[in-house]
Design a protein. Structure first.
Length: 81
């Protein structure tokens, strides 16, 4: 996992992804790396362990979404609709 500053040469945002599942409030776009060089000091965490880090993040995100879903269902169950 590494940090890339938005003004790094060779890095740009690609097309914005508009028709997506999940939380739509956050902007989602392609990340384009065209001959982009990232300094070693921009490494976040341990090399070759990014997948495990991202999976932990997904677990936390899913827990939050489950809690929101339970709250929405509880409100819907109690409403007079």
């Amino acid at each position: 996992l590494f940090l890339v500053e938005k003004d790094t040469e060779g890095f740009r945002l690609g097309q914005q992804i508009k028709d997506k599942c999940g939380m739509r409030a956050s902007m989602t776009a392609e990340l384009v790396f065209d001959n982009c060089r990232v300094p070693a000091q921009n490494l976040v965490g341990v090399e070759h362990k990014a997948a495990a880090c991202m999976m932990r993040n997904l677990e936390i995100e899913r827990l939050g979404l489950a809690a929101m879903s339970c709250g929405i269902a509880r409100c819907a169950w109690g409403s007079d609709v």
